[in-house]
Write a protein that binds this ligand. Structure first.
Ligand code: MLT
Length: 254
């Protein structure tokens, strides 16, 4: 993978294809391989930039506290170093929280936004508390418990559950802990949605049990010009479960 130094860490990324710049941000607790199935479907349309978020994959793992704004700042630094002034940003789930933070902090750098299996809402208090408990459990007992709990929630497809499990098992405990805390402390992005003046596509599986499709519908309703790609029978990882439909949705950002 390519690497840059930014904000005191090494950020790893893949770059592939030609066209409009499009950053693809993976969700928790995965890495850039989440997008492997859609890359061949998008590389004729986009200059794809596919990082491992801080802590994940080949990017530096840190033990210090950070926020989704810090993760967005890593991506802004990456684009700056690549000489890209404006880019479409698509984020899956936690990657969507980072994409929304990016849109709030750097609106002038955004040419379009893809919100995949994600939500604009912040965590309610009990969810926030649950994240801190999960972070403690990972610190005390390792990642096994959370990997077990999450595997079947990504998708009902057993082959893809295996893919998700392998991806989760590759990640460092510190990445789980850091990003659970970052997600717990993220702000509510709902008030940002109405001001978006670039193309937006919301992509959501109707069988998502981690973030229900109603959260996607709420974002679509708040952004009058947004496209809504509802994917029938897909769970939390439509880029794996329905790669072509997901790619077609993302192409609306070209
Ligand atoms: C993700 O897939 O990134 C996470 O499940 C999102 C979350 O826990 O809110």
């Amino acid at each position: 993978m390519n690497k840059i130094n930014i904000n005191g860490i090494e950020l790893a990324y893949e770059r592939q294809g030609k066209g409009t710049p499009l950053v693809l941000l993976h969700g928790f607790p995965l890495d850039h391989h989440l997008w492997d199935e859609v890359i061949p479907l998008l590389e004729d349309t986009f200059d794809l930039i596919i990082p491992d978020l801080r802590g994940f994959g080949e990017s530096t793992t840190v033990d210090t506290l950070y926020t989704t704004d810090d993760l967005a700042s890593d991506i802004a630094g990456l684009l700056d170093q690549l000489g890209i002034e404006k880019s479409a940003i698509a984020g899956h789930s936690m990657g969507g929280y980072v994409a929304l933070a990016f849109a709030r902090l750097y609106p002038e750098k955004v040419s379009g936004l893809g919100l995949v299996s994600t939500q604009a809402l912040a965590d309610p208090p009990e969810r926030k508390e649950g994240r801190y408990k999960s972070a403690e459990d990972v610190a005390d007992n390792g990642i096994h418990g959370i990997v077990e709990a999450m595997t079947t929630k990504f998708t009902s497809n057993e082959r893809l559950q295996e893919f998700a499990r392998n991806s989760m098992e590759r990640q460092q405990p510190a990445a789980y802990i850091g990003s659970l805390k970052a997600m717990a402390e993220r702000s509510d992005s709902s008030s940002l949605l109405a001001s978006m003046d670039y193309p937006v596509v919301v992509i959501h599986g109707d069988a998502d049990v981690l973030i229900p499709i109603e959260r996607g519908q709420e974002m679509k309703d708040a952004i009058s010009h947004a496209h809504f790609v509802k994917i029938k029978d897909a769970g939390h990882v439509p880029m794996l479960e329905a790669a072509q439909e997901t790619a077609n949705g993302l192409k609306l950002l070209a």
